[in-house]
Structures are given as structure tokens and as C-alpha cells.
Design a protein around this ligand. Structure first.
Ligand code: URA
Length: 243
């Protein structure tokens, strides 16, 4: 991998400013392969040199992947001048430049949201042709009719004429449904239920592909994803038409 400057490496991996990294390096806080390094312009190979800064090992990660339990009332956006966004909730230790939510949940929708700085990964999760199904639990304002699962499976035509791909609807109680969709049209689930005469009182995302919202994650909390989590998110053993 190409060589990079010590100050740049430390500032990007630890999310501190380049100026602070340079000051710290000059003060003797950095070492490379066990030897103190006070030259901020020192060139290193992030994959093979081991760096310690301020007593902490700085491991190279090209990208970061985070699972958040999105609370109601925050925007799925990278920034907003007035309102709080999901990025505002990411703890300092996981913050990086270029973070964005993988797809948008409505402001009042809760549950599993992936946040990353890796555009290729986001595309694999979101592109409809990849058929990664996202699983939601919807609380409805009326009873689910017997024919609703069949209508969802055939593909709902929204009020504006947009045809949705096959969706899987499972009745969990008279007014509670599990629904799986593989697209992210604007307000899609609310509009799909609107077509069958039902309003959505609450919506929670429980899974993306085979990656489930961890039980331990409270609303607003984040956890870094493991390699296994990444694979689960882009493969769904529950729906057979994965690419
Ligand atoms: N469908 C919706 O209507 N809202 C969401 O937030 C996600 C899917």
C-alpha cells in the first residue's frame, strides 16, 4: 500500500486534527515499530508498520462500519443545519470524516441503521438488484386483511403508479406485521400499507439482510461491526434471491 505521512495517518485513524497530531508527534507521543518518532512527515506503510500514539496502538482500518439503534426524532443524514442527525450520536471513538447512513429511515422510524464511510459497501446493501431484504416491524391502525400478504408478494402499486417489488408480509397479530422489502423508496412501507387502507403507527427496522439489531443496543447506542456482521448484511439466507 502507498506510504503515508505519520501526522496524516494518526489524524485520520484517531479523528484528531492534523495540527494536534503534529504537536503530539513533536512532543514525543508517537512511536513507529517501537522507536520514538518526532518527525511528523515521517513516511510509513500503514499495513506493515506498527504505530503507537499517546500509549494507544493505532491500527489501520480503511473503512469503518457501525450499527446504530436509531432512536425516533433524529434525521438519517450526514448533516443538518438545524436538526440532530444520526452522525451527531456517533461516539468520538468511532467518528471519521465522510461517515453517512446506509439508506434513510424516516425521522420517526427506529431500529437498525448502518453507518459507514464505504460507498461500495453501501451500494451492495442498497441496490435493489442485489435483493438484500430489510426487515421491519410495523404497528398498524387497523386489522391486517387476509389478502394483504398475497398483495404485497405480487408487488404493490403505490398511489402515484410506482410498482414495488415483491415484499414479504407476515401477520404477527391483528395489527402488527413483519414486513421485508428490498428497495428504499420514499416512505415505502407507509405508502404500501396506505394502499391497503392501513396507517402505520410505528415502524422499527429489525434486520438488514441477515444482520439483526443486537438486543443489547439501546436507542441511540452504536457498536462497531465485525467482519461477520458485514457478511451477514450483504447476504440474506432468509430470502432466496440474493445476488
Ligand atoms: N419505509 C417507510 O415508510 N419508512 C421508513 O423509515 C423505512 C421504510
Amino acid at each position: 500500500m502507498p506510504l503515508t505521512r505519520l501526522d496524516k495517518f494518526i489524524s485520520s485513524q484517531l479523528n484528531i486534527s492534523r495540527k494536534d497530531a503534529r504537536t503530539g508527534i513533536r512532543r514525543g507521543l508517537a512511536s513507529v515499530d517501537g522507536a520514538q518518532e518526532k518527525d511528523a512527515d515521517f513516511k510509513l506503510d500503514p499495513e506493515s508498520n506498527s504505530v503507537i500514539y499517546d500509549g494507544q496502538a493505532v491500527k489501520y482500518k480503511k473503512h469503518i462500519y457501525i450499527v446504530m439503534n436509531k432512536p425516533a426524532g433524529v434525521l438519517s443524514a450526514s448533516e443538518d443545519k438545524k436538526r440532530k442527525t444520526v452522525i451527531d450520536l456517533v461516539p468520538e471513538r468511532l467518528l471519521r470524516k465522510g461517515l453517512f447512513p446506509v439508506g434513510r429511515l424516516d425521522r420517526d422510524t427506529t431500529g437498525l441503521l448502518i453507518i459507514t464511510d464505504d460507498g461500495d459497501f453501501a451500494h451492495r446493501v442498497l441496490a435493489p438488484q442485489k435483493s438484500i431484504y430489510k426487515t421491519y416491524i410495523a404497528e398498524l391502525d387497523g386489522d391486517i386483511t387476509d389478502n394483504a400478504p398475497e398483495l404485497f408478494l405480487r408487488g404493490i402499486t403505490l398511489a402515484d403508479g410506482t410498482v414495488c417489488r415483491s415484499a414479504y408480509l407476515k401477520r404477527l397479530s391483528d395489527r402488527t406485521a413483519e414486513i421485508k422489502i428490498c428497495e428504499g423508496k420514499y416512505h415505502q412501507i407507509k405508502r404500501m400499507f396506505g394502499v391497503v387502507g392501513l396507517g402505520v403507527n410505528s415502524l422499527e427496522r429489525r434486520a438488514v439482510g441477515g444482520l439483526f439489531l443486537p438486543d443489547f443496543l439501546k436507542p441511540g447506542e452504536c457498536v462497531e461491526m465485525s467482519e461477520a456482521d458485514l457478511n451477514s448484511a450483504i447476504f440474506d439466507s432468509n430470502c432466496s434471491d440474493n445476488a
